[in-house]
Design a protein around this ligand. Structure first.
Ligand code: BGC
Length: 734
């Protein structure tokens, strides 16, 4: 048994309110230390120090999980930090566990504790073979610290006058089952990159603003300037408004602010237990000169290995790709969040569902998503429904909310399957299979009949531009809702069948079910030989999820609809995810390129033209005239529409897995060049090795350069020509 499971959870006896507690224990080493380790975890987030030295480089440990049943602990080697007399001190912020996360005031989540709670264990192994253990118990002490507040949404308040001052007081045991403790499963959250300040701006309002040139998730580092007792206040924002003023309304109730009270001597400072989504900071209160060199922005996220690269001749498309990469970096902070800035930052399942394929090419996300899917399993309701956010902080009490929204809940089927295709771990697919099946059975039981799915709650084609079907669940025509939900249902049943076949499960019942879903859809919703609602997403859903037989006919209608709209899309979260692939698979890659290269609203490049450095939540988060979509729900860092990058890899560069031989053991290379782009270069460091694909126009001819890793095989499809190859480098001119 892991040592930490023998320790007690401890909490301050006194309620410190918002002040961050520091827990401590002194101990003496009894001889020459061979090895010393610390294990720690918390309800809240912690930084540990041994004799004043920070332990490890984990930011926001212990990370975010479904705390009621899964709490990660971390193990650190502290051998080099141990002296004869020692003090271990662990400072705690509120993090995700103590905070009342989410702005949904009507149904506040019950935090696990109203103050941060610590559990820790130290093991010291001496050279003479003796072993000492130090476990959190009521002999530990606690003190208020200089961190007067540190919370995810609101930021941090630091009193520089009392740094390091401690007034040790009593702790008490916090009775909580220790079997929720699990070893670190996800990727470690780290400081990944440091950005220089690009320029200092004096806005029309006369405020001093610093631009870092890139929206990031993380925090700034600076040396506070000021006399003893001076107050520094720094705010964070993603964008400037139409007039060039600092814009924070879209953060809603999140204060996203640093307050620093200067002490005698001010050392370099960066926040301890919080993060911000920002490109700009405002020196709201600052004494003295402003030196650009004093400010750095530190990008913080789960430390995933970068695996995908893409570049082409069009600088706007390259900027879009960069925005997708940053969108992922900024929102993969232990869980896949919708956005990093406003009072939300939650693990919305629908966003993760539509972006997964792209995510798994950009970065190695296997470890990251295995952890999150285990949380999904832990949070899945008794009836198989999957909550809309994982971890489920929107729940009020365990008897509420036993429903999913389609496409959101379908993350439970799509992601494990796509994980299998990208990484090939059959065992993990097996672990998830029951959860997938339970979700499908939930859908089966919640429509007007077994073959149609309907949700009580439904995000529909979230944020689509097709007239009335744009937003809140109540606005949606019932049939529209059922059709969309049934598309997702058919998709997840299909995945369950495929996964079942891989695992050797009898899926004949689900094959029959799938047939009946398709049949019922056609009977009910194909009217006069066409879809009931003639929107882009309706055609995409009908084709992509195999609901209609004559795909060519419906694809032509889709292409015509797009052309009639001036080569502009109208799709929301759902339609956008499959739009480009649907066009390509049905012979309309030229239309897909037109959508990609469109610079007028609504389009991907519109946001690029407007200066975006990440993917926006809305097609018109900022309008042509600089005004904002709304103050209510307007994030400039929402990765969902970044799903287009999977098409850039799979169609522009042509790199694809083969479903029948996953993890890129067999690769399908099928680039589809378009003259509007002069060249493309991409690579993927897959589980089977490094795959490269590039092409370049020279007049009417295209030269392709393709590398297949040793041990893998590939089918290379260039127009009408097909080549079966094994590992090696290949060049073709056509
Ligand atoms: C989030 C979305 C999420 C949605 C549910 C929003 O507030 O930011 O990204 O998927 O709610 O529709």
């Amino acid at each position: 048994m892991s040592l930490i499971k023998k320790a007690d959870f401890i909490v301050s006896k006194k309620d410190y309110g918002k002040i961050c507690p520091s827990f401590a224990k002194e101990f003496t080493a009894k001889g020459k230390v061979k090895k010393a380790t610390l294990q720690a975890s918390a309800f809240g987030v912690y930084n540990a120090y041994v004799n004043g030295n920070r332990v490890g480089d984990y930011i926001l440990a212990p990370g975010w999980t479904a705390y009621q049943s899964r709490l990660q602990y971390q193990t650190y080697d502290i051998t080099g930090l141990i002296a004869e007399k020692n003090i271990i001190e662990i400072n705690l912020g509120w993090g995700w566990a103590v905070n009342n996360l989410a702005h949904f005031g009507k149904i506040p989540w019950k935090p696990h504790a109203n103050q941060p709670v610590l559990i820790a264990a130290v093991e010291i192994e001496y050279e003479n073979g003796d072993v000492d253990t130090i476990l959190t118990d009521n002999s530990w002490k606690v003190s208020m610290s200089e961190l007067l507040m540190s919370q995810i949404y609101d930021g941090e308040i630091v009193d520089g006058r009392i740094i390091g001052e401690r007034n040790w007081e009593e702790v008490k045991i916090f009775p909580y089952p220790r079997d929720i403790l699990i070893e670190q499963e996800g990727e470690i959250i780290r400081e990944i990159e440091c950005l220089d300040a690009k320029k200092i701006i004096t806005t029309p309002k006369g405020e001093t603003v610093i631009d870092f040139g890139q929206e990031i998730t993380g925090y700034i580092e600076f040396t506070p300037m000021g006399k003893y007792g001076d107050i520094i206040e720094i705010d964070h924002a993603e964008v400037l408004d139409a007039k060039g003023n600092f814009y924070t309304e879209n953060l809603r109730s999140a204060k996203a602010q640093i307050t620093y009270i200067c002490g005698e001597e001010n050392k370099k400072y960066k926040p301890n237990h919080t993060f911000f989504g920002f490109r700009y900071i405002r020196l709201t209160k600052w004494s003295g000169e402003v030196d650009k060199a004093n400010f750095k922005a530190i990008s913080v996220h789960s430390d995933m290995k970068r695996t995908g690269y893409f570049e082409c001749s069009d600088p706007m498309v390259n900027q879009l790709y960069s925005n997708v990469i940053w969108g992922q970096r900024d929102n993969f902070l232990d869980v896949p969040t919708d956005c990093p800035q406003r009072d939300e930052r939650l693990g919305w399942t629908g966003d993760a569902n539509v972006f997964f394929k792209t995510a798994a090419i950009n970065y190695d996300v296997e470890r990251f998503f295995k952890k999150w899917l285990r949380d999904l399993r832990a949070e899945q309701f008794y009836n198989g429904a999957v909550p809309c956010v994982i971890p489920n902080v929107l729940r009020d009490n365990p008897t509420d909310d036993f429903f999913s929204s389609s496409y959101w809940g379908d993350a439970s089927c799509v992601i494990p399957w796509e994980m299998y295709l990208a990484y090939g771990d059959k065992e993990f697919l097996k672990d998830q299979y029951f959860s997938m099946q339970r979700y499908v059975d939930y859908m089966r039981n919640s429509g007007e009949c077994e073959f149609l799915h309907d949700d009580f709650y439904h995000y529909s084609d979230w944020l689509a531009l097709d007239g009335v079907y744009d937003c809140e669940e109540n606005d949606i025509d019932k049939d529209y809702k059922i059709i969309l939900a049934t598309g997702a249902y058919a998709g997840s049943v299909d995945i369950l069948i495929k996964a079942g076949k891989v695992l050797g499960v009898d899926v004949s019942e689900y094959e029959k079910l799938h047939e009946n879903i398709v049949k019922t859809y056609n009977e009910r919703f194909i009217i006069d030989g066409d879809v009931k609602y003639k929107t882009q997403t309706m055609y995409v859903v009908a084709i992509h999820f195999g609901l209609v037989k004559d795909k060519a006919l419906y694809a032509k209608r889709l292409a015509d609809l797009i052309k009639a709209n001036g080569n502009r899309l109208t799709t929301g979260f759902v339609g956008t995810a499959y739009l480009m692939q649907t066009l390509t698979e049905n012979g309309y890659t030229d239309v897909a390129y037109s959508l990609l290269l469109q610079q007028e609203f609504p389009s991907w490049l519109f946001s690029v033209r407007m200066g975006a450095t990440t993917i926006w939540e809305h097609w018109d988060s900022i309008r042509e005239d600089g005004t904002m979509w709304s103050t209510e729900m307007n994030s400039f860092n929402h990765y969902a529409y970044g799903a287009v990058a999977s098409w850039m890899y799979s169609t522009m560069a042509g790199i694809n897995y083969d479903e029948s031989n996953p993890a890129y053991k067999h690769i399908i290379i099928k680039p589809e060049p378009d003259k509007r782009i002069g060249w493309v270069k991409a690579s993927l460091d897959s589980r089977s090795g490094l795959i490269k694909s590039a092409w370049k126009y020279d007049g009417d001819k295209v030269t392709y350069n393709i590398s297949i890793p040793d041990g893998a095989t590939a089918t290379i499809i260039l127009g009408d020509d097909t080549y079966e190859v094994s590992g090696g480098d290949y060049e073709y001119t056509k």
